[in-house]
Design a protein around this ligand. Structure first.
Ligand code: PHE
Length: 340
């Protein structure tokens, strides 16, 4: 029996384990209740007292060494485990941040426009997207059946009396003038609708920011200076502006506003079609008829108004060539604006 103990001792010392299964084999053979060692303890019962005295300590020692070796082997298996997992885990790498969304470029530019005008005393006004004929057209001096109404391809919700999807945010100007006496100084950002085929340059839903300023002695120079201030804040301090005569039913005189092309600095490129200028807004002095339509005395007050497309400003600012990108919600496009 003593030979058996010796043999087991050697076997225990020589046992190697790298995997969990091998540990289990060791446990079964040397530790468990049915282990070879337990069998030897069982066998002790039939021995004489003399023999028990000799074999007892040796067996106890064997049991202890089995337990010690088992602990060692557990340590080895654990460390090989982490080493192999560690081969594809670099603890020194910075953690991957949570993926967060980004502001839509149109929202970012809208907020920037609001910020610029708020700083010079304009507040923000809001109004309905579904509008009656009076607030969208008639009060703004569009004569009945006048072709000027055709300028803005209207979506009609109802006919006679007409209810339309607003074709511009000027309807908010009408409501503002009707309900308030000057001085008025507001901008009105919002969604507008026109019945146009969707292409890279046109969409049936887009966004405008219009503005109005009515007070005593407001002149065209105030309009120019306000737009000039906006253009420099939005596109940089070297931006130049120019006004081209134009026509809108609600303003007289009317002008379209160009800025020097912010991409080629006026030298000429394909964005400005080699003219050095790009259009950003319509504007003019509020027509006296519009003021009286809204119960504001045109003898006492004058005012200017302007309107621009948020898409247009955003496209110029970020050199976006296709309007449809704004509504496709392709994350590859949207995530480029993460820093906004
Ligand atoms: N309402 C005009 C449009 O939608 C823009 C505009 C506003 C022009 C105010 C002049 C004055 O095109």
């Amino acid at each position: 029996m003593i030979d058996k103990v010796q043999a087991l001792k050697e076997e225990i010392q020589a046992f190697k384990a790298n995997k969990q299964e091998e540990l289990e084999t060791f446990r079964m053979k040397f530790i468990s209740r049915k282990s070879d060692i337990s069998v030897l303890f069982e066998g002790m019962k039939s021995l004489s007292v003399e023999e028990k005295k000799k074999l007892g300590p040796a067996l106890n020692q064997l049991k202890q060494s089995a337990q010690e070796r088992f602990k060692e082997l557990i340590g080895i298996v654990e460390s090989t485990k982490t080493a192999s997992e560690g081969s594809h885990m670099d603890m020194t790498l910075p953690p991957i941040g949570a993926t967060i969304g980004s502001m839509h470029p149109l929202s970012a530019i809208k907020n920037r426009i609001i910020e610029i005008f708020e700083r010079i005393g304009f507040n923000v006004a809001d109004g309905p997207e579904i509008e009656d004929d009076w607030h969208n057209f008639s009060a703004l001096n569009f004569p009945e059946n006048h072709p000027a109404r055709e300028m803005q391809d209207t979506f009609f919700v109802e006919r006679d009396p007409d209810i339309v999807l607003r074709t511009h945010t000027s309807n908010v100007q009408t409501r503002l003038m009707e309900n308030n006496q000057p001085p008025l100084r507001s901008i009105m950002p919002g969604r507008v609708f026109r019945n146009e085929a969707i292409s890279a340059r046109a969409h049936c839903i887009f966004h405008q920011v219009e503005g109005i300023y009515i007070d005593k002695n407001v002149g065209f120079a105030d309009l120019k200076q306000t737009i000039f201030h906006f253009a420099k804040e939005m596109f940089g301090k070297h931006t130049k502006i120019r006004f081209r005569p134009s026509y809108f039913p609600f303003t007289e005189p009317s002008a379209e506003v160009d800025i020097s092309c912010n991409i080629c600095q006026g030298k000429g490129c394909n964005i400005c079609k080699y003219t050095g200028w790009v259009e950003i807004a319509g504007s003019g002095m509020v027509d006296p008829n519009v003021l009286s339509n809204c119960d504001i005395d045109p003898e006492e007050y004058t005012g200017f108004a302007f309107g621009m497309g948020i898409e247009r400003i955003t496209m110029l600012k970020y050199q976006i060539k296709d309007l449809r990108l704004f509504t496709e919600n392709d994350v590859r496009f949207l995530k480029q604006f993460r820093s906004l």
